[in-house]
Design a protein around this ligand. Structure first.
Ligand code: ASP
Ligand code: MG
Length: 577
């Protein structure tokens, strides 16, 4: 058996669901399949918002309800033949009425428990799975709907419930043993507690549902169908050159998904890992793309599989002479954080024991500062420990790969690459397992850091040189001519791409982030913004490009006055003509 899971964007509209149906149809020719679906894209958020609105006596919850109703009815009308529509539309309306009553109740009593919120949000998956199963049946496929709530049992941690694995496995196994249908459609995310109350598995939890079913049925593969062609070497929003990773191990996938590669909900891997069931991440909108295969061992020999990052980090430093050699400080520090349920993403302590530095999510900053200063109140008064140092606007970037441990020089290369490009590293963490080397950097450097590291570790080594040229008179004009003549030669022979990012004459300044066309710069320069050296400097700084070179072709003092600021900032080198 195969398990296929389709995410919210894959089932967001009838057009998309038709793509899903084609994939399911093809897959079911050769296999028995379980199809786990998310709520239609965006519906979970609308449901949660409706709950909050109703709880705050805001009648606008009815607007959400209306949108939810319209979207489901529209999709059902578009997918199901007219003769068969009435009973399907009736069932949908019936479910929506139940949802409406629950929301009305919340509105009247102005109270929303996690338990009631789960009941509300469960309608997303219950509705989507019902409509999709009917659509499959409508196309004469041998499909049946099975409510996962009859199969997955959880504890009572509503909104993020823990699965009772043994009971759940028995229920799943016995259902699939007697099932006679080729295709079983199941809602993801939803479950029941032992007392029969509705629970859910956490945001993104449909992946987890699919993994639980795959493990319990010993499926041959778990296919996660989403809207991107796999896990990427880095976030493609930041790194244009990023590409899907062909094959990656469970451990590596866990490291990468943990770091915000939202393609996979990280708890998903555990159930299938134990049985070594492969996971493949596929793109519903490009079904032929290979995607990413996740297995016990990766066949890919590159010791580094991906670069990930987490934004919005705060760095906390606890420092003081009173900490050296005295046991129990870290215990108290982490105890105070755990009391406040604050998650710690990175920890470093030098062997001098004079300071401990940790990174946490920025939203927890104030809570953490209060809790820690309170815990060390006495030591702070005695000047044994300084008040906690708090630095916001940081980020973590990490290299991920199982085989880094058997390669020397990777961290050296990582840090020298960042250093050469003026990315300051605030803290470093590497576990002895060497699956992950993490560094804390300033938030503003994320894009540059990801791109430099990506180019160093994943791209053929064509380097980019970014020129900011002031003055295009005799000397400057000749320089541009020479650069233009040499551009191709430099790429072919030295793997060096020279780009002119900015040009100025005495009146105007022209910027092009992708490089100015050297065959045609005169008229764009005439039409460009007026020259203002302060603004010029601000733009160079904001672009924050690696390998930046500032070229001064003038004898103008207002330009040379800029050198010191440029040297301090991002322009690594200044050349004077
Ligand atoms: N619908 C739920 C969510 O949006 C579960 C899922 O899609 O995996 O978080
Ligand atoms: Mg989702």
């Amino acid at each position: 058996m195969k398990v296929l899971k389709f995410g919210g964007s894959s089932v967001a509209s009838s057009e998309n669901i038709n793509k899903v149906i084609n994939i399911v149809k093809k897959s079911s020719l050769k296999n028995e399949i379980a199809v786990v679906v998310s709520a239609l894209g965006g519906i979970t958020d609308l449901l949660l918002e409706a709950g909050d609105l109703a709880c705050n006596s805001d009648v606008n919850y009815k607007k959400n309800l209306k949108t939810i109703e319209e979207r489901h009815l529209k999709v059902a009308r578009e997918l199901i033949a007219v003769n068969n529509q009435s009973s399907v539309l009736g069932t949908i309306k019936n479910k929506l009425n139940k949802l409406e009553s629950t929301l009305e109740g919340v509105f009247l009593i102005n109270e929303l428990s996690a338990k009631t919120s789960d009941k509300i949000v469960s309608f997303g998956e219950l509705l989507s799975s019902y409509i999709i199963s009917e659509a499959l049946i409508n196309r004469d496929l041998d499909a049946v709907l099975k409510n996962t709530q009859e199969l997955i049992v959880t504890d009572e941690s509503f909104s993020n419930a823990a699965v009772k694995v043994d009971k759940t496995n028995v229920l799943i196994e016995s259902f699939f043993k007697v099932n006679k249908h080729k295709i079983v459609v199941l809602p993801g995310f939803v479950a029941l507690t032992e007392k029969g109350e509705v629970s859910t598995l956490g945001r993104g939890g449909s992946d987890y549902t699919a993994a639980i079913i795959a493990a319990a049925t010993n499926a041959s593969i778990l296919e996660i169908w989403t809207d991107v062609s796999g896990m990427y070497t880095a976030n493609p929003k930041f790194v244009q050159q990023a590409f899907p990773i062909k094959n990656i191990s469970y451990q590596e996938a866990m490291e990468l998904s943990h770091f915000g590669a939202k393609v996979l909900y990280s708890p998903t891997i555990q159930p299938v890992l134990e049985k070594e069931i492969p996971i493949v991440i596929k793109n519903t909108f490009d079904a032929n793309a290979a995607g990413t295969l996740i297995t016990a061992k990766s066949s890919n020999s590159n010791p580094i599989k991906g670069i990930s990052h987490i934004e919005n980090m705060t760095l906390l430093t606890l420092e003081g002479s009173g900490m050296v050699g005295i046991p129990g400080f870290s215990n108290r520090l982490f105890g105070a954080l755990s009391q406040e349920k604050i998650n710690v993403s990175l920890i470093t302590q030098a062997s001098s024991e004079h300071s401990i530095c940790i990174a946490i999510n920025s939203t927890d900053t104030e809570k953490a500062k209060l809790a820690i200063d309170d815990e060390f109140n006495y030591e702070i008064e005695q000047h044994k420990v300084d008040p906690l140092i708090v630095e916001k606007n940081n980020a973590i970037i990490a290299l991920v790969g199982d085989n880094m441990k058997s390669h020397q020089g990777i961290s050296g290369k990582m840090f020298s690459t960042l250093g050469k490009n003026n990315v300051n590293i605030r803290a470093i963490a590497q576990g002895a397992s060497e699956k992950n080397i993490s560094a804390v950097i300033a938030h503003k450097d994320i894009k540059k850091a990801l791109n430099t590291l990506h180019s160093e570790f994943f791209e053929d080594q064509t380097k980019q040189l970014n020129l900011f040229i002031v003055g295009v008179g005799n000397v400057g004009g000749k320089l541009l001519q020479q650069i233009k003549n040499q551009q191709q030669y430099l790429i072919d022979n030295l793997k060096l791409q020279v780009r002119v990012i900015a040009l100025t004459n005495s009146k105007k300044m022209l910027f092009n982030e992708d490089g100015i066309d050297l065959d045609n710069w005169k008229s764009p320069l005439e039409k460009a913004d007026n020259l203002d050296m302060n603004l010029f400097h601000q733009k160079v700084t904001a672009l924050n490009y690696r390998n930046s070179i500032f070229v001064d072709n003038t004898a103008n003092e207002s330009v040379s006055n800029l050198y010191a600021r440029l040297f301090k900032g991002k322009c690594g080198s200044c050349y004077l003509q």
